[in-house]
Write a protein that binds this ligand. Structure first.
Ligand SMILES: [Zn+2]
Length: 144
């Protein structure tokens, strides 16, 4: 396996979720579209939600409200919100079953977030977390 990508942790059998819910509980909490993306690793259409949103704050997991990304790491990448790093340990990586892409999931509830790509040269960190908007909840920074 490759080296971990900056602040991410590589998924393993030991990285058990701290937030565990049944599919029924997830379906109650999430909309149908969100359920497909977060719990079944679907991908939302491009240019939704936070793609072109650049206010200062924190992006939390829609599944469990764990803080995942800071607005300072966000950049104009592709049709989905792009970040060049996550908060330390907030995101786990695992290779897709077809071995081609690296999936990113929330370290607390293991909900699907998107994929991570390296070597594209967008920023100095050379990393792009390509995240579905519907997996994120933006929280504005207070009194700054
Ligand atoms: Zn989560």
């Amino acid at each position: 396996m490759s080296a971990p990508i900056s602040n991410t942790i590589e998924y393993s059998k030991e990285t058990t979720p701290t937030v565990v819910k049944s599919d029924q509980e997830w379906q109650k909490q999430l909309t149908t579209d969100e359920f497909y993306v977060l719990r079944q690793a679907d991908t939302e259409p491009q240019y939704r939600g936070y793609t072109s949103f650049f206010e200062s704050g924190i992006y939390e997991c829609k599944g469990c409200n764990k803080p995942l990304y800071e607005s300072g790491a966000k950049f104009k990448g592709c049709g989905w919100p792009s970040f060049d790093d996550c908060l330390p340990g907030a995101v786990l990586t695992r290779t897709d079953p077809d071995g081609r892409r690296v999936e990113i999931i929330c370290s607390s509830c293991h909900s699907h977030l998107g994929h991570v790509f390296t070597g594209e040269g967008y920023t100095d960190k050379n990393t792009r977390h390509c995240v579905n908007s519907c997996c994120l909840v933006f929280k504005k920074k207070e009194n700054e």
